[in-house]
Design a protein around this ligand. Structure first.
Ligand SMILES: Nc1ncnc2c1ncn2[C@@H]1O[C@H](COP(=O)(O)OP(=O)(O)OP(=O)(O)O)[C@@H](O)[C@H]1O
Ligand SMILES: [Mg+2]
Length: 270
């Protein structure tokens, strides 16, 4: 069976981390609704909840005590024998999710003495047969071992960002950290793009941060669709649904639908 290796430029499954260390930036909301939009385009998507808060798991209406979950797979892979990600998959709203739980919060300490602990998720994903077009990994709001595992396993990453001053500062420190990961563990990872979330063009701060982001990273690295503030996105998560299942006419559905088109355009021909 065909196997994937991160950094592979050949056609096939793409592994993408949704990442930024700043909390509340829209990582989980973007992971869920981008995946749902891709599902509606006929793409097969696997979601991995790599955050001990399990917000993605809960946003799909799945309880946060499902076992086994990603915590067990990481431990088994590190200490015992090869674990199988497909065995953990929960199906919801036409999406496949590897769930998380609060136990994941302790995994960093538990694995501290394991050689190659930054590569555990990559090993798990390398063994995944490839019926999936995309694997989207929802990262926790920190640059700890879990996020490093996600970045080591990924071909690309997406950074959701609120266009404000402090999150922008966080981007700089993330990029410096990423350079180290690139140099040591995954030279092929690249930024797919920034997604501006909770964007309001009437706010001067939002417009200024957008300009600064363009100057620093280039306009082509910013997805043209900005995700507007939209309460339906919050309500959908509360109900355990993606935005298209909850309200396909909402601004949230329009924005994430458009974002998915731009996302797919980046992979055309690859
Ligand atoms: N476009 C939006 N409009 C309104 N609310 C939003 C929007 N995007 C996200 N939210 C809400 O903002 C909060 C934070 O979003 P989300 O959980 O996606 O961020 P996160 O980066 O995953 O946070 P964390 O770092 O804690 O994991 C959530 O309550 C979510 O429902
Ligand atoms: Mg989150």
């Amino acid at each position: 069976m065909e196997k994937h290796s991160a950094g592979d430029t050949a056609a096939g499954m793409k592994i993408i981390s949704i990442v930024i260390q700043k909390g509340g930036s829209g990582k989980t909301t973007t992971t869920l609704n981008l995946a749902a939009a891709l599902r509606d385009q006929g793409k097969r998507v696997m979601l991995i909840d790599l955050d001990p808060q399990s917000n993605l798991t809960q946003s799909l209406g799945i309880g946060d005590e499902v076992e086994p979950n990603i915590y067990h797979a990481l431990r088994q892979e590190a200490f015992e024998q090869a674990a199988v990600l497909e065995d953990l998959v929960q199906h919801c709203c036409g999406l496949d999710l590897v769930p998380s739980s609060i136990e994941l919060a302790g995994v960093e300490l538990e694995l501290v003495s394991i050689y190659g602990r930054e590569q555990i998720l990559k090993q798990l994903l390398n063994r995944l047969p490839t019926p999936y077009d995309y694997v989207l990994i929802d990262c926790p709001p920190s640059m700890g071992m879990l996020t490093v595992n996600a970045l080591v396993a990924s071909d690309q990453f997406i950074m959701p960002l609120q266009a404000e001053f402090l999150p922008l500062k966080g981007v700089g420190s993330f990029m410096r950290h990423l350079e180290k990961i690139k140099k040591l563990m995954n030279p092929n990872i690249s930024l797919l793009g920034f997604v501006l979330t909770k964007y309001d063009h009437r706010k001067t701060m939002n417009r200024n941060v957008l300009e600064k982001l363009k100057e620093a990273y280039g306009e082509d690295k910013i997805f043209p669709t900005f995700i507007r503030t939209n309460i339906a996105l919050v309500n959908a998560q509360e109900k355990g649904m993606d935005i298209f299942t909850f309200d396909k006419h909402s601004n949230g559905a329009k924005d994430y639908g458009q974002l998915a088109q731009e996302f797919l355009a980046k992979f055309k021909g690859s």
